[in-house]
Design a binder for this molecule. Structure first.
Ligand code: 5GP
Ligand code: ZN
Length: 114
């Protein structure tokens, strides 16, 4: 846990997060400024800044939860597809220094995407 990390505070329950799913080593919650309805973030429960900082078990936990949630998130908002992505490092657009995978629901003709 990092005291000044917003995602650690959500994991710890110190600030409210709209939790979607939780396992021992990963947690999913709704993005506060969604790019689309249902925009979900999946994070390791331990504070890790970059993907390379995750050990194999933590990495598996994050990607297993992403994998499990893809159909659920898509169905929940009746999306046509999902963009799944990670901004790994500041120059890539990472604003919160705690690894997070974005699950962004996509709709035919929405014109978005990376
Ligand atoms: P990044 O640019 O680091 O890949 O994405 C950070 C994401 O975290 C953004 O989509 C932003 O909306 C989201 N975010 C930032 N602060 C909070 C917060 O306090 N709660 C939640 N649920 N999401 C946040
Ligand atoms: Zn953190």
């Amino acid at each position: 846990m990092s005291d000044d990390c917003i995602f650690c505070s959500i994991v710890a329950g110190d600030i409210p997060g709209r939790i979607v799913a939780e396992t021992d080593d990963a947690i999913a919650f709704l993005d506060a400024n969604p790019l689309a309805p249902g925009h979900t973030l999946v994070v390791p429960t331990s504070h890790r800044q970059r993907l390379a900082d995750l050990d194999a078990a933590e990495s598996r936990a994050v990607f297993d939860l992403v994998h499990d949630l893809v159909p659920d998130v898509e169905a929940a908002v009746e999306a046509d597809a999902l963009t799944v992505g990670i901004n790994d490092g500041e120059a890539a657009g990472q604003e919160v220094p705690h690894v997070h995978a974005h699950l962004v629901p996509r709709f035919e003709g929405d014109g978005g995407g990376p």
